[in-house]
Design a protein around this ligand. Structure first.
Ligand SMILES: Cc1cc2nc3c(=O)[nH]c(=O)nc-3n(C[C@H](O)[C@H](O)[C@H](O)COP(=O)(O)O)c2cc1C
Length: 387
């Protein structure tokens, strides 16, 4: 038994409740776009296998899923607005459930990051008339992002309705809940932060105004699937895809407090450590300031290894840890962390490739399941995986 367990402190292997669902451990899979759907944004069979292989995670947060044609500008990323897409996701969620896992859908509107090629030539939308830096991934290769047009106030009800409809579709497709993507420089983040929100109406300017769209989207999703099935993701610390804020602490603490008042089940914070080689945190961590303001489950993400993750739980800094890149090459990450087994490195070249390579072909660890202390538990996890 570990020291933490003996001391009655939470460990990575304890269950945790998030609203209506209970995760059997606190090692969650972070959302990761992998580009393995069809050109029409329908999930494929290999996606069912990939997610089922990772079903020993306490909770899988799906790759970002487009809520509408207007909101999706990533080649071969999945959507949740057509019947075919819902049917495709049903195959995925069934495979995960049969393997003993839980999976929630990350709801995505990319805003200014959608290239006109995905919109029949139309201009993308955002909080204000700004362009993302760099080049978009399109079916025709990399192309510079174009300037968005500001959403008119009379268009915002459709943004709320699209989120709510996608959330309902997620439930119909068998997901265990949803997560609203308010991170990484996409539409909601473009409204939250002051480098991309230059509006002069009630959706821009003050913190209360910039968090308005987030809260309205969240309320719309809560009204359609329930607060106990709803979560949100922020990337509060650092610049992502050209989106940053001049004073993020008041912004994200106010947003977290307001979400807590709505009563959502979880909040996930993608906040790289200051020394990270992936992501650009430039401030002291904001998570400790958010922790006392948010009553639901707090999920921490970015750059965690087993030691840092265990320590964060023991200190009470969060309720669960989500792992991104480690889950790419280690479908049995939970078992590997439980037994101290070596982690396989992932291959960045296949993160967004087509097909099985670097996707559903990473092997399970070859070591025999441990039989001693903790062996029964990890044996169960082992048995529940597929492949
Ligand atoms: C290939 C890849 C795709 C990603 N796609 C998404 C995504 O769809 N939605 C999202 O919120 N974050 C996405 N992320 C960020 C991860 O969820 C996570 O925040 C990041 O990898 C840091 O966690 P880690 O250090 O455990 O990998 C992606 C990361 C990677 C590597």
């Amino acid at each position: 038994m570990s020291d933490a367990k003996e001391a009655g402190l939470p460990t990575l292997f304890d269950p945790v409740r998030l609203g209506a669902i209970t995760a059997r451990n606190r090692i969650f899979m972070a959302p990761m776009t992998r580009g393995r759907a069809t050109r029409e944004h329908v999930p494929t069979r290999i996606m069912a296998g990939y997610y089922a292989q990772r079903a020993s995670a306490g909770l899988i947060i799906s790759e970002a899923i487009g809520i509408s044609r207007q909101g999706l500008g990533w080649p071969f990323a999945p959507g949740l607005w057509t019947r075919e897409q819902v049917a495709g996701w049903r195959t995925v969620t069934r495979a995960v459930h049969e393997a003993g896992g839980l999976i929630i859908a990350q709801l995505w509107h990319m805003g200014r990051m959608v290239h006109p090629d995905f919109l029949g030539g139309a201009q993308p939308v955002s909080a204000s008339a700004t362009a993302a830096p760099g080049d978009a991934h399109t079916y025709g290769g990399r192309q510079p992002y174009v300037a968005a047009r500001p959403l008119r106030p009379d268009e915002l009800p459709a943004i709320l309705a699209d989120h709510a409809a996608a959330a309902r579709n997620a439930m119909e497709a068998g997901f265990d809940g949803v997560q609203i993507h308010a991170a990484n420089g996409y539409l909601i983040d473009q409204f939250l932060r002051d480098s991309s929100n230059l509006r002069a109406d009630e959706y821009g300017g003050s913190v209360a105004n910039r968090i308005r769209l987030l809260l309205e989207v969240t309320q719309a999703v809560v009204d359609s699937v329930g607060a106990d099935r709803t979560g949100v993701r922020f990337s509060p610390n650092g610049e992502v895809q050209g989106v940053r804020d001049s004073d993020p602490v008041p912004l994200f603490t106010a947003a977290a407090f307001a979400l807590s008042e709505i009563g959502i089940a979880h909040l996930e914070l993608k906040e790289p450590p200051l020394s990270s080689n992936y992501g650009d945190a430039y401030l002291e961590p904001i998570a400790p300031l958010i922790r006392p303001l948010f009553d639901g489950a707090l999920i921490l993400n970015s750059g965690f290894d087993a030691t840092r993750a265990a320590q964060a739980l023991q200190e009470g800094s969060g309720d669960a840890i989500s792992f991104g890149r480690p889950f790419i090459a280690n479908p049995d990450l939970v078992r590997r962390l439980a037994e101290g087994l070596e982690l396989a490195p992932d291959d960045r070249a296949t993160w967004l490739a087509r097909g099985s390579e670097g996707y559903d072909d990473y092997p399970l660890h070859s070591a025999q399941p441990a039989l001693e202390d903790g062996g029964g538990k990890s044996g169960e996890i082992w048995d529940s995986g597929v492949g």
